[in-house]
Design a protein around this ligand. Structure first.
Ligand code: PXL
Length: 277
């Protein structure tokens, strides 16, 4: 089996089952080496906790990148998630340019918004800077809210295939090659993901579990990245990641009062089994 090396750039939320505390175990379980560039350190994530600490690591990034360049370190994939500042986005773009292997897959999860709203602490300057990273992405993994902020298209909760096609076209016009649009729901009780590779679009639909959980976007993107690097097609990786997130949400419902994240660890075996199939 190939043994690829992936770099992921996102925050450490010490408690909260999101970002790096999800990406590291999920990517490792996929059999892929996971290297990290932490964007910030928070005591918890920002979705439901109050009074959390926040240490921005923007200023450390250039020296870390320079050291890797000096060591000749290159990555087969770079996957970005929650970033700590607007200025940091330019540094992340420099990292893309400096340490990507020739065939590096650049995977961007523009983790900044959900349910029609930006996450705490983000503003339109951040959104504008994120567009420059989107332009470098081989695979962009937004939810509908993030797609709307990036494109300026109105956010809707009820929509049709033409609306989704418009969103995807506008995202590709920003420069990203392939779009994996998550949380696309055309019918009550159903949801799914649209995988657009160039002009070709495919939809994977599955049941929608009413109580979603925090951090599922990070689980999704991590599983997608791991599966892609294990040689799955973008559509198969998107499907494997969707099935795994569903298993995580179902597992979470077995644990009373587990409100801040998804119980992804007990079902990691399902992800590993799907990758072997
Ligand atoms: O799951 C996305 C995410 C990652 N990191 C931090 C967050 C969030 C979403 O709220 O607050 C710190």
């Amino acid at each position: 089996m190939a043994y690829p090396k992936l770099l992921t750039i996102q925050d450490i939320s010490c408690v909260g089952q999101c970002s790096l505390t999800v990406a590291l175990p999920v990517i490792s379980a996929c059999g892929v080496e996971a290297c990290v560039l932490p964007s910030a350190v928070l005591s918890t994530h920002t979705g439901g906790f109050t009074g959390f600490t926040f240490r921005d690591l923007t200023d450390d990034m250039p020296a870390i990148k320079d050291h890797w360049v000096k060591e000749g370190i290159r990555f087969d994939a770079i996957y970005t998630g929650y970033l700590g500042s607007t200025q940091q986005i330019a540094y992340v773009a420099d990292v893309f340019d400096a340490v990507a292997a020739e065939t590096c897959a650049k995977i961007v999860d523009p983790a900044m918004a959900d349910n029609g709203k930006l996450y705490y602490g983000f503003d339109m300057d951040f959104v504008a800077a994120m567009r420059s990273l989107v332009a470098k992405a081989d695979y962009l993994l937004p939810n509908i809210t993030e797609a709307c902020f990036l494109t300026g298209i109105e956010y809707k909760t009820a929509y049709d295939e033409a609306y989704v096609a418009e969103l995807i076209g506008a995202l590709q016009a920003l420069g990203c090659k392939n779009v994996i649009l998550t949380g696309v729901s055309y019918a009550e009780g159903r949801t799914g993901v649209v995988v657009a590779e160039g002009a070709e679009q495919k939809y994977y639909e599955h049941v929608r579990i009413a109580n979603g959980c925090h951090g599922t976007g990070d689980i999704y993107a991590s599983a997608f990245a791991g599966a892609l690097l294990r040689g799955k097609s973008a559509f198969d990786a998107a499907k494997i990641a969707a099935d795994y997130v569903l298993a995580c949400i179902e597992e979470t419902q077995r644990h009373e009062n587990h409100w801040y994240g998804a119980a992804f660890e007990p079902v990691l075996g399902k992800l590993i089994a799907a990758l072997e199939a």
